[in-house]
Design a binder for this molecule. Structure first.
Ligand SMILES: *Cc1c(COP(=O)(O)O)cnc(C)c1O
Length: 438
């Protein structure tokens, strides 16, 4: 019944979370204490894991002499909690934004507008105005129609619009189809063979300043080769543009570097950065300002979701471990059939069984893990690992379930960085129809 391959999936190395004498800790605090104090389901982040992940990236951006070769713009859609982005801002990160809402978050923590790039395939007029007025470093443009709209809106406001074109390099990032973005068939970016033409068009527009070029090929990518393929294609474009007198100042390579959830072995960050930055130098483009936009690889393994077991439900085909966190709290398994390590918060000496770990939501897709060997009883706590990225931010109120609280642990201290929602808040803005006298 226990398939050996599943049993063999190792736990990811987690900087901020450790098991001590059978109990899991977030830094210096037992997860069980946090669950008791703040309830479940509960997102818990380790500040130091986040800091370490950022610093590893940042070090990789320096050359052997300590000269900066690249900058990090955190893709806040991975986790946009104010505490997370404020922490990264203080470490020197800029941000990659994909909505007016994210722009407002960045401005609310006092991020320097010149550290913001604004991406997204469907920016609305009001979002573009918001970005122009804020003075972002670059709007990453994904179509000719958007370029024309930005030019028009900048004229209305009476400003110039700094833009980059997002190139769709048509490379296969070898990741899940839902998180692949750099293939011809994806909605993202400007088709490779139309990029030069679009830059020429941009160069003629009265309000447009061409500042950069951008590409982002997908997410949870675990090899460097698709990045190198995309990079070479983008460098070819930059060279051609230069011959035509169109100068590119910055090269934005997007994000997408994968993390270890289970058996993935993504490249080491220093190796990854060196491979790409060396290629840029070898090809004679060291003058470009390079930007990386990591999201998942900064915060993914810095967070867990703690949940309590409501019921154990043995069955002929399957045993179910029914927990109080559902697909509305952590959508990745339902959306991508994603794997997350799941561990008992406190080890116990009871008979282990193989379970599907499922939530309370009325959907068969509502599961967090399948075929996991667990020694647990009703009322025990589980930690769903690697839940820091695309976890809380994707949470919904489906089934009128309040979103979990978020806690950030720093050493011995725990901070509530988002309060648990109250049920009454969930329908406070709804109205019944006025009474009709029929
Ligand atoms: C989502 C996204 C990122 C970050 O992707 P990760 O896989 O979380 O690193 C970076 N840039 C853009 C434009 C994105 O849409």
């Amino acid at each position: 019944m226990i398939s050996p391959s599943k049993e063999a999936i190792p736990l990811p190395a987690l900087a901020g979370f450790t098991k001590r004498h059978g109990s899991w800790f977030a830094e210096e605090i037992p997860l069980a204490d946090l669950a008791k104090q703040f309830g479940t389901p509960l997102y818990v982040y380790s500040k130091n894991a986040l800091v370490q992940a950022f610093q590893a990236y940042d070090r990789a951006c320096l050359d052997a002499n300590g000269q900066r070769r690249a900058r990090i713009h955190y893709a806040m859609k991975a986790n946009s909690n104010l505490a997370v982005i404020d922490c990264l801002k203080n470490l020197g990160a800029g941000f990659d934004l994909v909505s007016g809402g994210e722009l407002a978050r960045a401005l609310s923590i006092g991020a320097d507008p010149s550290s913001l790039v604004f991406a997204g395939v469907g920016k609305s007029s009001s979002e573009i105005r918001q970005a122009l007025k804020a003075g972002v470093k670059s709007i990453n443009v994904e179509s000719t129609a958007e370029l024309q709209k930005i030019n028009r809106l900048a004229a209305e406001i009476g400003c110039r619009a700094p833009i980059s074109l997002r190139v769709n390099p048509d490379v296969d990032a070898q990741t899940h189809p839902y998180i692949s973005t750099g293939l011809r068939g994806n909605k993202f970016g400007i088709a490779y063979h139309e990029v030069l033409k679009t830059y020429r068009e941009a160069a003629l527009l009265s309000q447009i300043d061409i500042v950069g070029i951008d590409c982002h090929i997908g997410s949870q990518i675990t090899t460097t080769s698709p990045y190198l393929d995309a990079l070479d294609k983008v460098l070819d474009l930059i060279a051609q543009l230069k011959r035509e007198g169109i100068l590119i100042h910055h090269l934005d390579l997007g994000g997408g570097l994968g993390i270890t959830y289970g058996s993935e072995t993504p490249p080491d960050i220093t190796e990854f950065a060196n491979t790409l930055l060396n290629r840029i130098a070898e090809r004679g483009f060291s003058h470009l300002e390079v930007i990386f936009e990591p999201g998942r690889s900064l915060i993914g393994n810095a967070g867990v979701l703690v949940t309590q077991i409501e019921y154990l439900k043995p069955g002929a085909e399957k045993n179910f471990c029914i927990v109080d966190a559902g697909m509305n709290d952590l959508m990745r398994p339902a959306l991508y059939e994603a794997y997350h390590g799941i561990v008992p918060v406190q080890e116990k000496n009871v008979k282990p069984s193989v379970y599907d770990i499922v939530g309370p939501v009325c959907e068969s897709g509502d599961w967090l893990g399948k075929d996991r060997l667990l020694a647990v009883e009703e009322g025990d706590l589980l930690a769903v690992l690697s839940a820091g990225a695309y976890g809380f931010v994707m949470a919904s109120n489906y089934n009128t379930r309040p979103k979990p609280a978020e806690i950030m642990v720093d050493g011995k201290n725990a901070y509530v960085i988002r309060q648990r929602e109250k049920i009454t808040d969930l329908f406070a803005t709804e109205n019944t129809l006025p009474e009709r006298n029929t």
